[in-house]
Design a binder for this molecule. Structure first.
Ligand code: G1P
Length: 291
């Protein structure tokens, strides 16, 4: 059995919901308090034992490679002014054993196409996909960590899933499944962004996937689907005919940071846990709500 060593981060989307903030910057660089979304996702992957991070970037994405690169001038300035704590933060964005690979997706043809762009770097091994705008906070093991554990028992593709409000199913990939245990089910069908009356359930795929390399061949054969894009969901639907795919209801709380409301909720909750901020911010919120 091959271990999960590589993770793909599709970050080439246009981020139109956050314009003008995303005019010159990718939405994955939006911060939750003081850390960009992409760094949360990268840390989650690293905690799950991944050592190659593959970013599928588009136009305006140079700030992502810059973020994970060494910042000589900034480091020199922080060192000269004796700001050791800040220097440590800047130097330790990622552990030194981690390799970052950047692949340019010339055209925004969809999530499936973005994942396909990683084929030559991933090769013939199972891999993870993380969508950084789904920020998942957990108490102990990270969401991807939990999924890697499941993978090591079942050796098949695994989708992170959660129950969503029925009226929101048209925002997600929705599965039809047979329950195996409390948190695990066998996926029987999957459909991208169905209308409420066409949705097979309210179990939605969130932005965490472990996929076998077979998905690449299926993506190559996948035509444009919902939104006129090459959808990862459509290739997974083909994978179901050939291999077992499991849905895993992870232990944790997901924030949909691709929406303004989810982004603000994450900001508030992370601020309330932030060691520097929590006291001041909590009393500010308390006063605000009391009024
Ligand atoms: C993508 C996937 C969708 C999934 C969602 C999770 O959609 O296509 O199947 O449910 O991520 O966040 P997007 O949010 O990119 O429209």
């Amino acid at each position: 059995m091959k271990a999960i060593r590589k993770a793909v981060f599709p970050v080439a989307g246009l981020g139109t919901r956050f314009l003008p903030a995303t005019k010159a910057n990718p939405k994955e660089m939006l911060p939750i308090v003081d850390k960009p979304l992409i760094q949360f996702a990268a840390e989650e992957a690293v905690a799950a034992g991944i050592d190659v991070l593959i970013f599928i970037i588009g136009r305006n994405k140079s700030s992502i490679p810059d973020h994970f690169d060494k910042a000589y001038e900034l480091e020199a300035e922080l060192e000269a002014s004796g700001k050791q704590e800040m220097l440590n933060i800047v130097r330790n964005i990622l552990p030194s054993r981690i390799d970052c690979v950047y692949i340019r997706q010339a055209e925004a043809l969809g999530l499936g196409h973005a994942v396909l762009c990683a084929q030559s770097v991933v090769g013939d091994e199972p891999f993870a996909v993380l969508l950084a705008d789904d920020l998942i906070s957990t108490n102990e093991r990270s969401c991807l960590n939990q999924m890697v554990d499941i993978y090591s028992q079942h050796h098949c593709s695994i989708l992170g899933i959660e129950q969503v409000a029925r009226e929101t199913v048209s925002r997600y990939g929705i599965i039809d499944s047979a329950q195996i245990s409390d948190s695990l089910s066998k996926v029987n069908a999957i459909v991208e962004k169905p209308a409420i009356d066409k949705a097979p359930s309210n179990l939605a795929v969130v932005g965490r996937y472990i996929l076998t390399p077979r998905i690449f061949k299926l993506l190559e054969m996948t035509e444009r689907g919902a939104g006129n894009e090459i959808q990862l969901t459509d290739a997974i639907a083909k994978l179901l005919n050939e291999e077992t795919v499991l849905g895993y209801e992870f232990d944790g709380k997901r924030f949909d940071c691709g929406s303004k409301s989810g982004y603000l909720q994450a900001t508030v909750e992370f601020a309330l846990q932030h060691p520097e901020l929590k006291q001041e911010f909590e009393s500010y919120l308390y006063d605000l709500v009391k009024k």
